[in-house]
Design a protein around this ligand. Structure first.
Ligand SMILES: Cc1cc2nc3c(=O)[nH]c(=O)nc-3n(C[C@H](O)[C@H](O)[C@H](O)COP(=O)(O)OP(=O)(O)OC[C@H]3O[C@@H](n4cnc5c(N)ncnc54)[C@H](O)[C@@H]3O)c2cc1C
Length: 503
């Protein structure tokens, strides 16, 4: 297994492969880990997955904690989740360099080898293997493997070399985001506004001007969170850091004032694209993360890329171990293309909301804001933002509603004591969870016991008689309540061999 790129997607893939008993080789062009603080943290469904892996505490220990999202920017508005006791969005502040260090350590513990200073410059494949041409400090070399995954970011060379189209658009706007300390000449008021000596009051939240958009907000009384968005068609390099001067100039252009700025703890600049690869697979080459999709709104890319890896890891491991059923590797495209298309749906909608400056656009945002004061739409949007409402496509019809969804974390009682679905998923192995003492189903699954763990448990309000759960925590099959043996057993057999190969 070759993984190109040691960003969050590539490292998460190395972790998932390691959990499935496959040692990956990660080739990274940079000689040292990048210190650029791109993403500020994790949010949404990847946090739930890390909890299911038993890894969340390790990430929490490195962050300032996991907390329910209070108010999040969305489409030029703030979506306020505070009325919900259990908001669907959770956020964990964890600067990207720290996230990559943690993932790199984990991948190493699980047997992955990360080779830095190694740039993949050529690719070829045949029926048996894929060969990467690699340029490093000691010259050019070749590495071959059964499969190669391009986790090499937005300007992916792997994607280009594999000839995979990446259609979509780049918006001619530049966003700048910063956290700076509050200087003496600025007073932070209780409602979040600021009073600036010689300038006057600047309101909390979004301010639109003819030149673009400015936003002020912070969750820390010692810091000002600042944001600008302007129409600019400059092609900035993500690796070129932003400066305080650049931010000050942008604020002057957008807001028309010279805002005094303290010391910066975070400074980032980004351009928005809406793109998705046409194919996530070309023979033995796969695409994941930013190399496969770019979304025109913040806060969703890390989750999407790391979840690509969770989906792909166990499937590639099955192929390497030799038990992958026909078509298993193709489900990666079907499932993750659909997931990214859903993320594109709400991020593109945000572009339309955010970029409208006339009265009609203001009315549209006001209407959205009004709708989001009601619990149901707020929950629905939160689930969409978090990516928890994904249901992978299910071949055929007439299926249990849970099939294709992320397994709920049921509290379970077993003969050995209490446990939960999340705890059973720590090993990242397939599970048959028998919730109704169904000896017929357990007996059927016994033939797959080397690959599939079988657990019998009781749950309050069980959603099905049994659940077959994949290593990525998505439900492969479910028995309806009291489903007769003559339909349940053949269906379970079909699901077991369809997902986990012949016994
Ligand atoms: C300023 C900024 C702020 C952001 N904020 C957020 C945020 O708040 N939340 C969020 O979810 N996302 C955010 N993002 C997006 C997030 O950083 C990316 O989605 C994420 O880094 C993608 O991870 P990746 O592993 O897919 O790709 P990358 O992180 O781009 O990693 C790709 C790796 O591949 C390596 N590579 C490239 N080509 C080769 C080659 N030929 N051979 C070997 N190695 C190669 C690169 O050096 C790099 O290390 C932000 C991005 C930017 C630029």
């Amino acid at each position: 297994m070759i993984i190109v790129g040691a960003g969050p997607t590539g490292l998460m893939l190395a972790v998932e492969l390691g959990l499935a008993g496959v040692r990956a080789l990660v080739l990274e062009r940079l000689p040292h880990p990048s210190e650029i603080k791109k993403a500020g943290g994790l949010s949404g469904q990847i946090l739930e997955l890390l909890r299911y892996r038993g890894l969340l505490e390790r990430f929490e220990a490195a962050s300032t904690g996991l907390r329910p999202a209070p108010r999040l920017p969305w489409g030029g508005m703030h979506v306020d989740f505070t009325p919900l006791a259990d908001p669907p969005m959770q956020v964990m502040p964890l600067p990207q360099p720290l996230l990559e260090r943690l993932l790199g350590e984990l991948a190493g513990e699980l047997g992955a080898e990360i080779r830095r200073g190694q740039q993949v410059v050529g690719l070829s494949q045949d029926d048996a293997s894929v060969i990467a041409e690699v340029r490093g400090p000691d010259g050019q070399s070749r590495v071959s493997a059964g499969y190669l995954v391009g986790c090499d970011g937005a300007s992916s060379r792997v994607r280009d070399m594999a000839g995979i189209p990446f259609p979509g658009i780049t918006y001619p706007e530049v966003q700048r985001l910063a956290l700076v300390s509050v200087p003496d000449s600025v007073t932070l008021l209780e409602n979040g506004d600021i009073e600036v000596a010689g300038v006057g009051r600047i309101s909390f939240g979004f301010t639109r001007t003819e030149r673009g958009e400015f936003a002020l907000g912070s969750t820390n009384p010692a810091l000002m969170g600042l944001y600008t968005s302007e129409e600019e068609s400059v092609d900035y390099d993500d690796d070129e850091p932003m400066t305080v001067t650049e931010l000050r100039d942008s604020i002057r252009r957008v807001l028309g004032v010279d805002l005094p700025l303290g010391e910066a703890t975070r400074l980032t600049r980004f351009t928005f694209h809406a793109r998705q690869v046409e194919r996530y697979r070309d023979g033995r080459i796969f695409m994941a993360g930013d190399a496969a999709h770019l979304f025109p709104a913040p806060g969703v890319a890390l989750t999407a890329g790391m979840l690509d890896s969770v989906n792909l890891g166990w499937k590639l491991a099955a192929a390497i171990h030799g038990w992958a059923p026909a078509g298993l590797l193709d489900t990666y495209h079907d499932e993750r293309h659909l997931a990214a298309a859903r993320t594109l749906l709400h991020t593109r909608a945000q572009v339309a909301l955010r970029r409208g400056y006339d009265e009609a656009a203001v009315a549209l945002r006001d209407l959205f804001q009004e709708l989001l004061a009601d619990e149901q739409p707020l929950r629905r949007l939160g689930a969409l933002m978090a990516g928890i409402d994904i249901r992978y496509p299910v071949p055929g019809h007439d299926h249990h509603a849970l099939i294709g969804t992320f397994a709920p974390d049921l509290a379970l009682r077993t003969e050995q004591g209490t446990t939960s679905v999340a705890e059973l998923m720590h090993a990242a192995r397939p599970i048959l969870l028998d919730l109704a003492d169904r000896a017929d189903l357990r007996e059927t699954a016994r033939e797959w016991r080397h690959r599939v763990d079988i657990h019998t448990a009781r749950a309050d309000h069980r959603p099905a008689d049994a659940l077959l759960i994949r290593p990525d925590a998505h439900i492969a099959w479910a028995a309806t309540m009291d489903e007769p043996t003559d339909t349940a057993v053949p269906a379970l057999r079909g699901a077991l061999s369809g997902w986990f190969g012949e016994p």
